[in-house]
Design a protein around this ligand. Structure first.
Ligand SMILES: [Zn+2]
Length: 171
């Protein structure tokens, strides 16, 4: 799925347990972290094709990023590691579903990479540009707005706090 959809999934799930601003920011990062393997695009199309959807989309990458979370956060260390692992696996699942290559061809996840190149896929997903991805993103935006009203916080809380303040100023 698209990166903003992954980031939004991290925001929504990061609002379930009682976390602080930095932890919620991390949740947004963790939810999109597998796509760091797509940064090869700045080098070449070949690097993108070789690394994307492979190096960051496996259990070892989830383990490494979860261990980093446990190292960074002093409070709720275990919770943050578990949240990171869950969010990265949610990313894998979302990609299996909504990132088909086109013409009904799945884009599988090499979950055991680098130990195995076996690809795992479902055959009932859809393409990246399909309407389902936009509906899912739309539902997530509605939930984000509900959180913004009820909990008075948005994904801007750490990224653009002054902008968020302005949002609530006129109430
Ligand atoms: Zn991905």
């Amino acid at each position: 799925m698209h990166i903003p959809t992954h980031v939004l999934s991290g925001w929504l799930i990061g609002n379930i347990p009682p976390l602080n601003k930095q932890q919620r920011l991390w949740c947004m990062f963790a939810a999109a972290a597998p796509d760091l393997d797509g940064l090869g695009i700045v080098i070449s199309a070949q690097a993108y094709a070789d690394y994307h959807h492979i190096h960051g989309h496996n259990w070892l990458a989830a383990l490494v990023i979860s261990a980093i979370a446990a190292g960074i956060f002093r409070s709720q260390r275990v919770l943050m590691a578990v949240m990171t692992c869950v969010l990265m696996h949610l990313h894998f699942f979302m990609d299996m579903l909504g990132s088909f290559r086109g013409a009904g061809i799945p884009w599988g996840i090499k979950y055991n990479f680098p130990f195995s190149k076996k690809s795992y896929a479902v055959d009932w997903g859809w393409e990246l540009g399909a309407w389902q991805n936009y509906v899912i993103t739309g539902i997530m935006i509605v939930i984000m707005i509900i959180i913004a009203i009820k909990a008075r916080r948005t994904p801007l809380e750490t990224l653009a706090p002054s902008l968020e303040k302005k949002l609530y100023k006129n109430e």
